[in-house]
Ligand binder design. Structure first.
Ligand SMILES: Nc1ncnc2c1ncn2[C@@H]1O[C@H](COP(=O)(O)OP(=O)(O)OP(=O)(O)O)[C@@H](O)[C@H]1O
Length: 452
């Protein structure tokens, strides 16, 4: 049985150009599981007494210079590349995806600490998602060489969403707003706005899912999403650091997609039948009652529903129940397909979390606009909810409601809960002492997740 514990790795980035003259933190790993952070000396350290009243001096409390953090699985130093991080941290997750399970990788840290560099990559340094996808396509191509039925050929599909201020946006559809819904079968869906089919059915389709034929195609799709992320905000950098980016890469087949499309259509039909039944039911009720001072009172002259109405209601009810049975059968067939194939349904999920410094108190002394305060509250809520989910999962105490406290955890719920899902977190750190409090906060979060 796989451990539900999240493995936490630290990644210390080099000093940036603007940090070259800063004092630096000593970040010393003590084996793989521990790291000691020591802050540099300051002129205040030499002060032994402080004056509290005229002429009365008391010894000054000694500043805490070193702190040790536990529960870690490893630390990457300034000179490590994304490829160095990939091998021990993400490569095993690709193995999970190829075996039909889910591998999730999160980057957590303050703005500018290296989350995007690590997950998505910049310039010549490919991010972890790209290194993982290269490995995934190699494995899929090898597996497909032995598959004859076109319906069973493995394909890769991508979804890329952003969660900003408690709302979900589709980065592959011009940052269109999406809605997170839980269906009657208990699955979470990220839905786009409703559309009406030619035959009048009102459906809500899934947020955009794009097929990637090869690695270059996948990179182009992700870049399109990143472009939407950039152009969707007025203050690009600040706003993107206040949003979580969630990239989902899934292994599917034509057979699985056809099953899902049929299920989606069945859900729309069931909703339409339920709506028609409830409308008729309401019409019959209104015929028989009248509203007096806000209360519905039975009309004395009211007659029962007509035979045709009774028959129509019975027909709606029977069709509604039939559709529900059919949906359960469809879901069963989908589960059977996933169980019968080693790779289908396998997924890699990469999350570039919002800058953790926004998770401070909404009233931390810095004057914030109302929007900024809301953003802070939402980031606080989502990062705390994520930590709570990791801890509950590690103790086997997570229920569906554990994930309901934020959009981030709702969006990730089915991945995090799927049988055998494996999650790894990379906490990114700057060695500059300018960011000491944020770095300590990141290490505290990392420790809590890693020790869960
Ligand atoms: N490990 C690294 N090696 C070299 N440069 C790095 C490393 N990590 C980050 N950088 C550089 O530091 C800068 C900030 O990194 P990045 O944009 O990844 O931070 P971030 O945590 O994603 O910030 P934000 O939350 O604002 O999006 C970038 O110019 C990036 O290239």
């Amino acid at each position: 049985m796989r451990s539900a514990r999240v493995q936490v790795f630290l990644r210390i980035r080099p000093l940036s150009e603007s940090e070259q003259d800063d004092a630096v933190l000593t970040l010393a790993p003590q084996g793989a599981a521990q790291l000691t952070l020591t802050t540099p000396p300051t002129p205040n350290d030499a002060i032994k007494f402080v004056e509290v009243l005229d002429g009365i001096q008391v010894p000054k409390s000694k500043p805490v210079k070193s702190r040790t953090f536990n529960g870690l699985s490893g630390t990457f130093r300034e000179d490590s590349t994304n490829a160095d991080v990939f091998a021990p941290v993400v490569s095993p997750l690709v193995g999970e995806a190829i075996n039909g399970r889910t591998g999730c990788c999160f980057a957590y840290g303050h703005t500018g600490s290296g989350k995007t560099h690590t997950i998505l990559g910049y310039g010549d340094e490919p991010g972890l998602y790209r290194l993982a996808s290269a490995r995934l396509f190699q494995a899929i191509d090898a597996a497909n060489a032995a598959i004859d039925n076109p319906e069973d050929v493995l394909q890769v599909q991508v979804r890329f969403n952003e969660i900003y201020n408690g709302d979900v946006y589709d980065l592959l559809n011009d940052r269109a707003k999406c809605f997170v819904r839980e269906d009657e079968l208990g699955k979470v869906h990220i839905r786009s706005a409703t559309t009406t089919t030619e035959d009048g059915l009102v459906t809500t389709t899934s947020s955009t899912v794009v097929r990637a034929v090869d690695l270059n195609d996948l990179v182009a799709i992700v870049n399109t999403g990143l472009q939407a992320r950039r152009t969707g905000h007025s203050n690009v950098h600040l706003a993107s650091s206040r949003s979580h980016a969630v990239l989902e890469i899934e292994i599917v087949t034509a057979k699985l997609l056809a099953m899902r499309a049929a299920l989606e259509r069945a859900q729309a039909e069931t909703t339409a039948i339920g709506h028609a039944r409830d409308t008729l039911d309401m019409a019959i009720f209104v015929q028989q009652h009248e509203q007096i001072e806000g209360k519905w009172i039975a009309r004395p002259e009211a007659v029962g529903p007509s035979e045709a109405e009774v028959a129509a209601l019975a027909d709606f009810n029977a069709r509604f129940l039939d559709m529900q049975d059919a949906m359960h059968d469809m879901l069963g067939a989908e589960k059977a397909l996933l169980a019968s194939s080693s790779s289908v349904g396998g997924a890699l999920v990469f999350v570039d979390l919002a800058g953790s410094e926004h998770a401070g108190s909404a009233a931390d002394g810095i004057v914030k606009t109302e929007t900024e305060q809301n953003e802070c509250r939402e980031i606080n809520k989502s990062l705390s909810a994520l930590q709570a989910c990791f801890r509950a999962q590690a103790k086997n105490l997570a229920s569906t409601s554990t994930y309901r406290s934020s959009k981030l955890t709702m969006v990730l719920r089915d991945h995090l809960r799927s049988a055998g899902s494996t999650t790894r977190m990379i906490a990114t750190l700057s060695p500059s002492a300018v960011h000491t409090s944020q770095t300590i906060q990141t290490l505290q979060y990392a420790q809590l997740v890693g020790q869960a």
